[in-house]
Design a protein around this ligand. Structure first.
Ligand code: PRP
Length: 293
């Protein structure tokens, strides 16, 4: 545990007060052992209990500016906001949650021929900078209508011919009879840092990233235990690299071994199918709380 002294420097972390990233960001902070707190979002600022951080609860579109100005040292924010604001900040970690696309969508009834479709059209968006960059890149001349919310209703009420907005599951588009025709950018939650971080704060950031990575890795992995027939052991070991290599212990029953390993969430079902085909039995799958490499 880090001892917090009276003259301690605190790393100020800006997190989204509410919205798509808020819960997952606070969960990550909590699972990293910084707070044993309940929800503090009604406050403006809260201090880490045993780690030198201060959490500032802010609106997501303000976070890049606060980090660029050094009001916050780092921020957890959607990459879409970083791209849109174009501030001087450094992405120091990609967090893999809140993944989404920033896409152009048009009414379902419209025929789509390609990006030149947008020539002369009115496009509603909360992301005018991302849109302008895309239009410039494709040499398309369109009218941008900047609106701050409920972009998806703009074509239906005659305010625009198309929209550029965040698409995650796609259900908002379907609900509004729109269809996604171009993916302009992809986004996920990222940690941004002020380029002018003092070395003492950089050190706190490194310690914090170490904790975050341990939590993130554990979420992407499962611990598995299984009984395997010795004649297929070699093939099974090749399927399961584990953190270093799998642990193998003989079973009391001759010709069988118990094998322990760690598998990646993405490959999990694929590997389980293959293991079963190779005669594995009694497969136990256990969540991992933290994973330190
Ligand atoms: C975004 C976007 C859509 C919705 C799309 O809004 O503006 O409304 O998500 O998600 P879906 O594809 O899963 O339906 P968000 O929830 O981020 O809130 P916002 O309107 O405040 O940006």
């Amino acid at each position: 545990m880090i001892n917090l002294k009276s003259k301690q420097e605190y790393l100020k972390i800006a997190v989204q007060k509410e919205g798509r990233l808020s819960d997952r960001s606070l969960e990550l902070i909590k699972e990293s052992g910084i707070f044993h707190m309940q929800d503090n979002r009604r406050k403006l600022v809260s201090k880490g209990e045993n780690f030198p951080v201060e959490i500032l609860y802010l609106r997501d579109d303000d976070i890049p500016q606060y980090v660029a100005d050094g009001v916050a040292d780092i921020g957890i924010v959607g990459e879409n906001e970083v791209m849109e604001k174009g501030k001087q900040v450094e992405i120091v970690e990609r967090l893999g949650f809140a993944r989404c696309r920033i896409s152009l969508a048009i009414p379902q009834s419209e025929k789509y021929s390609g990006p030149e479709y947008f020539n002369g059209k009115r496009i509603a968006t909360s992301y005018p900078r991302i849109l302008q960059n895309y239009l410039d890149e494709k040499s398309i001349h369109a009218e941008i209508h900047e609106i701050s919310g409920s972009v998806e209703i703009a074509p239906g009420i005659g305010l625009a011919d198309a929209i550029l907005d965040i698409v995650s599951t796609g259900s908002t588009l379907i609900h509004n009879r729109l269809r996604e025709v171009e993916v302009v950018a992809r986004s996920e939650a990222v940690i941004i840092a002020s380029p002018a971080l003092k070395p003492v704060k950089r050190k706190i950031l490194d310690d914090l990233l170490f904790r975050f990575q341990a939590v993130q890795r554990s979420k992407n992995s499962k611990y598995i235990l299984l009984n395997v027939p010795n004649e297929n052991l070699e093939q099974i070991v090749r399927l399961l690299p584990g953190m270093k290599s799998p642990t193998i212990m003989p079973l009391y029953e001759k010709g069988w071994s118990s094998l322990h390993s760690v598998v990646n969430e993405d490959e999990f079902w694929d590997i389980i199918e293959k293991l079963k085909k190779l005669g594995a039995q009694g497969i136990l799958v256990i969540p991992i709380e933290k994973m330190i490499m």
